[in-house]
Design a protein around this ligand. Sequence first.
Ligand code: GTQ
Length: 350
Amino acid sequence: MDQELGRLEDLPQDYRDALRALNLVPLWPNLRGVLPPDKPRPKTRATHWPYQTLRPLLLKAGELTPIEKAERRVLVLANPGHGLDNMQASAAMYLGMQLLLPGEWAPSHRHTPNAVRMVVEGTGAWSTVDGEKCPMLRGDLILTPTGLWHEHGHDGDQPVVWLDVLDLPLVFYMEASYHINGGRQTPRPQHGERAYARGGLVPTPVFQRNAEGARRAYPLLRYPWADARAALESLAADQPDLAAVQLTYTNPETGGDAENILGFYALMLRPGQTLALPARSPAMVFHLIEGAAAVQVQDQHFTLAEADTCCAPGYTPVALQNLSSSGPAFIFIADESPLHRKLGVYETRD
Ligand code: GTQ
């Protein structure tokens, strides 16, 4: 048991005033707050954002706010535990649902936070990232890593919606968040998804890596859902006893995580499968791509329909269940593992 420590009120007021006047603070009244016993006390609360309730409000934003007045027309999925105005899903993760209407253009900019898009509905939209024009189809994952130019356009005739996942809360906390606006990009002919179309086979230039003579830090920017889905089905068929049919979105040149701070995964739950995830230090986000699933976190129980999103704090076990006994369920997961590993604070608890 921890010793009970002295309180601020135990100190004479004139002493407290003298400390404050010199920008000094006694540690012991706050020591247990910043170093709680056994495990952290996350502000992140298990939270569910059902798509069917959010969608009409997002479409309404399309009527209320022209794209020129929004630049990015996004409803932020904010965790009440962090205070809605802080626009955080967890300590390091930001989530937003972005709407682009036919003919609209979200102008080119670049910024220090890393982003990814998980496409939720609609066809005909594209993101140009670092000069590579990436079509946006349901379930595709498109990276916009730190510092790369990106803009979004829409040549189709129905609304397009995608989920943005950024490490904005962390980069903002670090006082390292800013953006730069730019002009329309000229798309280049190369596409990472063509050059790196088969796992395990990477382009091997004899003379130089590309026109600029340098290797791109992020050679693969679009991960088509058709490929990720096929890879999950193939893995499930190859290893019928595998408990977790999960893939990590990686950088094909390094084999490491696709981005530096957040991790991205595709998970397939077999028909009727229940998967108990151990308590791990990073917070997690679950977005249902296909099927129906139940998520249990602490005392919360969410039923995810297609395009629903939820989050879970770190240090908490999570149970996932495929609610269909006949078909698979496919879940996109984002988490804070790369960050925790790099900082040396990653852990799993039984
Ligand atoms: O599409 O570039 O949800 O810059 C937040 C900030 C999306 C974007 C967000 C952004 C973007």
